[in-house]
Design a binder for this molecule. Structure first.
Ligand SMILES: [Zn+2]
Length: 188
């Protein structure tokens, strides 16, 4: 079983090789970067990097687990702040009194969203706690998750002409990242 320094080094190598490979692919197949290929390359190689360390989120005190929890909570908070800032009421220039705040429908709904998101993250942590170490996240379910997450992000950031290709390549590279982790665990 390999530890964090080994997996994180593999992740860096995998992400770099993937990025170079995808840029080369674009050059050789003359896909113009203006079609959004560059965003796809960045997202796919970044997700691929994450997927090499992702399987160890099933280990309670592991760094990937702590990073995943922190990132999820930051995303939930960021989304709530963004929702408030894009609400019709301008909270920055038109501050509310504490009494107005607790009755403001937009603040109440943003608070509810944040509460549900935090509970969701805690629940997900509990779910991961129940998984045996080197169980599903290291096997086919982990590869499918890695593939769908990477392919999904690649699909979202790409323009329609390359969306399908980006999603398929993203799926393969995300699933491949989990496989790289598994192979390293087997070898060491
Ligand atoms: Zn592992």
């Amino acid at each position: 079983m390999a530890n964090w320094p080994v997996h994180s080094r593999d992740a860096t190598i995998y992400g770099t090789v993937t990025a170079i490979g995808l840029v080369a692919l674009a050059i050789f197949t003359s896909v113009p970067f203006s079609t959004g290929w560059l965003q796809a390359v960045i997202v796919i190689s970044a997700c691929g990097t994450v997927m090499v360390v992702f399987p160890d989120t099933d280990h309670h005190n592991s760094r990937p687990r702590r990073y995943a929890m922190t990132a999820s909570l930051m995303l939930a908070t960021g989304f709530t702040v963004w929702a408030l800032l894009s609400a019709p009421h301008d909270y920055l220039s038109n501050a509310l009194s504490p009494a107005e705040m607790v009755t403001d429908p937009e603040i109440i709904s943003a608070g509810l969203i944040l509460g549900v998101a935090v509970l969701g993250v805690i629940g997900f942590g509990r779910f991961l706690d129940r998984l045996p170490h080197r169980g599903p996240t290291h096997r086919a379910p982990g590869m499918i998750f890695g593939g769908i997450a990477t392919g999904g992000f690649a699909y979202l950031v790409s323009v329609s002409s390359i969306q399908f290709t980006a999603a398929v390549i993203g799926f393969l590279i995300g699933a491949g990242g989990v496989l790289v982790h598994r192979v390293r665990d087997e070898l060491s």
